[in-house]
Design a protein around this ligand. Structure first.
Ligand SMILES: Cc1cc2nc3c(=O)[nH]c(=O)nc-3n(C[C@H](O)[C@H](O)[C@H](O)COP(=O)(O)OP(=O)(O)OC[C@H]3O[C@@H](n4cnc5c(N)ncnc54)[C@H](O)[C@@H]3O)c2cc1C
Length: 368
């Protein structure tokens, strides 16, 4: 009997594993550690390994499809593009079983020809483990992001020290992550509710629009969006993409995983020592959602508006001259309070009534 079985060796499983020192832990991964198709930008301060940093950035550029843009400068390198595989591999400290989990329930994880018993089971299996979670009785994140991305040759108007978010292509926007002076990652994301038919964004059209020249095959990926409310069941807990732990505005997830992992690790340690119950994490999670409800509701509501309204609101943000510090704290925020400082204050009527209404409904849904 192990103290803990972690299912999945992406960032959430690997980071959690690194924090469970003193416990008898095993990690089950069906492929390689950190092998998911990811091109991720995150805060440099959460990446503890130099060799996992591909490129650093000292500014962020918000852009609309018609190439209107605003640059938020931070005065130093704050963000970086990570090598996902290296990041995850550097973190894992337990033995890794390279097998597929076919099911799990209270106290046991089933492999194809073996059953592993444990005091605590943590499902960090990301989008690939949805069937496992459904069978174990967990709800799935309500929305799926369908992403298409590729490497292209850089062009003259791109600043390699900035990363870009583009509004107006597809429903969750697009991104440009410079890799060096010559190449960049370019991608787009579209959102679908569960049971809607999924199609991947038309990256070819966007590539032409920006004058990019393709340098690699396009890659597709899915990732879940929307916080799951109940994350603990008996001695089982879901974490990372499995729980829909994604920034509601920017879609970034790694630093949210970084923030929540120590809290989960602490509860797991106390549970194994008999000093607490796993359900304590459910309480912490709900409290986090409650405190983050206005940010979460704002994100959900904005991405739910028609594309032309999203573009209008983005241009409004550009006009208001929101401070770089505000942008930084909004990106970082989960349950922390953050203030938005703008040179020109917006009026309530600058925003569509439907946005206020959606915000209210979404907030009630999150809190209840
Ligand atoms: C293209 C793309 C771009 C992104 N860009 C950013 C970004 O810029 N910034 C940011 O912060 N985030 C970004 N994200 C999101 C971020 O990458 C994810 O939120 C994060 O990687 C989630 O980590 P995870 O460990 O929860 O899941 P995963 O990394 O998906 O790990 C799950 C692991 O579980 C394993 N697994 C699944 N099923 C089983 C099974 N049955 N048995 C055993 N193992 C199993 C999988 O093989 C996988 O290794 C991006 C995601 C994508 C796809």
């Amino acid at each position: 009997m192990y103290d803990v079985v972690i299912i999945g060796g992406g960032y959430s499983g690997s980071l959690l594993d690194s924090l469970l020192d003193g416990l008898d832990t095993i990690l089950v991964e069906k492929k390689e550690i950190g092998s998911k198709n990811v091109s991720a930008v995150t805060f440099m301060k959460i990446v503890g390994f130099e060799d996992a940093i591909v490129k650093t950035y000292d500014s962020y550029t918000l852009m609309t499809v018609d190439r209107d843009f605003e640059v938020y400068r931070f005065g130093e390198d704050v963000f970086c593009l990570v090598d996902y595989g290296r990041l995850c591999k550097n973190l894992v400290r337990s033995d890794v079983v390279r097998e597929k989990v076919v099911g799990y329930g209270p106290g046991k994880v089933e492999l194809e020809d073996e059953v592993i018993k444990a005091k605590v089971i943590v499902d960090c299996s990301g989008i690939g483990g949805e069937n496992l979670r459904r069978k174990a009785g967990f709800k799935l994140p309500p929305v799926v992001n369908a992403l298409k991305f590729e490497r292209v040759s850089s062009v003259e108007w791109i600043d390699p020290s900035s990363f870009y978010l583009i509004v107006g292509f597809a429903n969750f926007g697009g991104w440009i992550y410079p890799i060096d002076n010559n190449f960049l990652e370019f991608g787009m994301a579209d959102r679908f509710r569960k049971r809607e038919e999924i199609s991947f964004p038309k990256i070819e059209e966007a590539r032409k629009l920006f004058g990019f020249e393709k340098d690699s095959e396009s890659r597709s990926a899915l990732y879940p969006y929307g916080f799951v409310k109940k994350v603990v069941k008996d001695n089982m807990v879901i974490f990372g993409d499995a729980s829909g732990l994604t920034h509601p505005v920017y879609g970034m997830s790694l630093h949210y995983i970084y923030k929540m992992a120590p809290k989960l690790a602490d509860v797991i340690k106390k549970t194994v020592q008999g000093k607490s119950k796993l359900n304590e994490y459910q309480r912490i999670w709900r409290e986090t959602l409650r405190k983050a409800s206005s940010l979460i509701a704002g994100g959900y509501s904005t991405w739910d508006l028609p594309l032309d309204t999203q573009i209008k609101l983005t241009k409004l943000q550009m006009k208001l001259k929101v401070s770089s510090d505000s942008i930084l704290s909004q990106m970082w925020a989960l349950d922390e309070k953050f203030e938005v400082y703008a040179k020109h204050s917006p009026k309530l009527t600058d925003y569509p009534i439907s946005l206020h209404f959606k915000n209210l409904i979404n907030r009630i849904r999150i809190i209840l």
